[in-house]
Every structure is written in C-alpha cells, then in structure tokens.
Design a protein around this ligand. Structure first.
Ligand code: PAF
Length: 280
C-alpha cells in the first residue's frame, strides 16, 4: 500500500490506474471501516482510503483535539484489508489556505437531527468530502462507500453528489456491530467498562421504539416520548430518539408503513455521545 500526504502525490499515485473506489475516514479504524474497505475494493480498479480529522465538522466544545490519531496502526489495518493507496494529508496539505469557500447543504435535510444538535456539522462534512472527491476523482469517475451508521450523513452526501452531478456513485455499507449489538464507532473507545456494558441500551431503545411504532393504532409521538424517557431513566442524556421516513428523514405522515422507516438516536452516556439507527 502506498501512503501519500499531499494532493499532488495522491493524483500522481492514481494517474492511469482506472476507477477509484474510495472510503473516506477520520482514522482510529475499527472493523466497521475495514468492512467498508472490503466492500469498496471490488467496485473499482484502485482502492483508496483517506484519513483526515476534519476540523470543519467539529464544534468548539467537541473532541477535535482529543480525537485519537493512530496513523501507523490504521495504515497496517488498511494494508491488510486490501487498500492500495492511503491519502493521509495534514491540515496544511488539505487546506493550504483557510477553506473560506464552504458547501451549504439543504437545510431540510441537514439542519435536522444531527445538524440541529451539531450546527454546521454537515457544512463541514460536505465541504471536506467535496474536496476529497476533487482530489480522488480528478482523473475520472468512481465509487465512494459510506457506512449507514451515519445514516443522515449518507443521505446528505447522496443528495450532494446527485445535485452537483458529481462523477461519484455513492454506495451504502451496512452497520457493523459488536457481539452485544453495539454499533462499532471510533468513539466507543471513550467508554469506561461500565458504560461499555450499558451502551447496547441505545440499540435496544431503537428496537423497542420500532416495535412500538408498528403496533396497530400506535401513537408515534407518545411512543417516542416513552422511549426517550426510558433511556433517560437508564442514565442517558438523549438528544433525539425518533422515527423518520427513510426517503427524506422527515416525520412520517399518515399510517406507518413497515419497510419505509428508520429509527434514529443520538444520546450521551457520561461524556460520550453515541449515535445509532435501525431501518424497519
Ligand atoms: O464519517 C466520517 O468519518 C467523516 O464524517 C467523513 C465522511 C470522513 C468526513 O470527514
């Protein structure tokens, strides 16, 4: 696996190598990231991963400074998973001048849920992903794979790619879970032992809400309020726990139809904020 740090070196590494299959990450890789790499690999001629902790998508009080930077370990894992080229720019490499041009995503999709609790998050995500796409796909079209764990991010980036007619096919990767059902996340490493044992409650809350929502005659608002209160009683500080339409992440209108919905949650356990979702 070739490791490059600058945009110029990345473009040189990809020149003449065909369609890139790309997995962007912020590093501190776990089995979920590596599954995305394995999924992406056969979708292109050259498998490219990036590691870049993107300051633009962190709020001032969030964990940008403490976000684990584990480049050597990540590079070993990526090489073993079949990655051909790792793009690991420094901030100066990716943003040689301050990134004053930013991408403003559709507020209907990006200012709800995560975007409501983390204002500017999707502007930061879209801006860096657009820039990474400009670096990786400069030589021609390809594929990028994003995990469904960041469900709203996947939808926002899909819309971005479609509306700007980007030469990038966006592919979704399934959520990887630990044996107890906790969605794999780089932030799980922040959990203490007792919190880690408790963390699966977030998924259980989503499962309970989905089951409740599909009961005949269910009152969705009431089911959401009950699920939120139950999570609070277990010691979580939830930001949201809600059922939305998969198509646009808006609240469902009319009768709830199984197979069209997704339950999404974000909640803090101690000082660690976790997100998860469940399609149903
Ligand atoms: O999902 C992530 O790790 C990040 O949001 C991404 C897509 C790499 C952009 O920084």
């Amino acid at each position: 696996m070739q490791i490059v740090h600058t945009i110029a070196d990345l473009r040189a590494a990809l020149a003449g190598r065909g369609r890139p299959a790309f997995v962007p990450t912020m590093g501190n890789l776990h089995a979920g990231h590596l599954a995305l790499v394995r999924q992406a690999k056969p979708l292109g001629d050259v498998m490219v991963a990036s590691i870049f902790v993107n300051r633009l998508q962190f709020l001032p009080h969030e964990d940008f400074d403490s976000y684990p930077r584990t480049l050597q370990d990540d590079a070993d894992k990526l090489a073993a998973a079949g990655c051909d080229v790792l793009f690991a720019p420094s901030e100066k490499d990716l943003y040689p001048e301050p990134q004053t041009f930013k991408l403003q995503p559709d507020p209907q999709l990006a200012d709800i849920l995560e975007g409501h609790f983390r204002p500017g998050f999707f502007t930061g995500v879209c801006t860096v992903v657009m820039k990474l796409f400009a670096c990786v796909f400069a030589g021609g079209p390809g594929v990028a794979v994003f995990g469904k764990k960041d469900y709203q991010q996947l939808m926002v980036l899909r819309r971005m790619a479609a509306q700007f007619a980007l030469p990038v096919q966006i592919v979704a990767g399934d959520i990887c879970r630990a044996d107890d059902g906790l969605a794999l996340s780089s932030r799980n490493g922040y959990l203490g032992a007792a919190e880690r044992a408790q963390a699966v409650q977030l998924r259980q809350a989503l499962q309970a809400l989905a089951a409740q929502a599909l009961q005949p005659g269910a009152d969705l608002a009431q089911a959401e309020a009950q699920a939120l209160a139950a999570l609070q009683r277990q010691g979580w500080q939830p930001d949201y726990l809600t059922v939305r339409q998969r198509s646009n992440l808006q609240p469902p209108s009319g009768a709830l139809q199984a197979g069209t919905l997704v339950a999404l949650a974000a909640a803090r356990l101690g000082s660690t904020r976790l997100i998860d979702n469940l399609e149903f």
